[in-house]
Design a protein around this ligand. Sequence first.
Ligand code: CA
Length: 227
Amino acid sequence: MRVLVVEDEHKIARALKKALEQEHYAVDVSYDGDDGYAMATTEPYDIMIIDRMLPGDHDGIDIVKALREKQIKTPVLLLTALGRVEDKTFGLDSGADDYLVKPFSVEELLARVRALLRRPNEVKPTVLDADDLELDTANRKVKRGKTEIRLTSKEFGLLEYLLRNKNRPLSKDSIMQHVWDYDADILPNTIEVYIKYLRAKIDKPFGKGLIKTVRGFGYKIEDSKKK
Ligand code: CA
């Protein structure tokens, strides 16, 4: 899951990036309203955390309004130093999904992020599966049949993205954009390399390969139970 953080206070932005990365999100950070506006409206994020007061021509509310006008429905958690009731209403009226008042604990922020990613209208269950493979997004566990499988953070992110879109061919570009952040060192064969790592762990030992190569395009994970 790829997250955009738009926050001009570098200390807070760095702390958020670190905490989110520990939770295996791919994180991009923007430190001002204009750059944040450009990233939010052009890059495919799964969730955005946007500070309300930002330097530049666009503040947090502007960014959220622009997203909703463009029919971009990505969940947004708005941050603010203001705690007054009218500010909260204003933030939610602009199209933000939730609102967090500074100072907040990192745990609280992570809980809100998880809750937003589980919104029922987005249908994001905590256990994703394909055949006998299961990935639990809440407990960060993967198993095939009864065998537990240990994955690295990136392998887990890649498998989660494939499973959230199971039976659907995903282009290498789309995989790259949702699993890796903007500054990641991506080589032309990075996706292939990680698919290979993943196959060695979830497919090879079990005889039946679930990850299919879609020639000249990308990959998909196949669930033969529900087509
Ligand atoms: Ca600010």
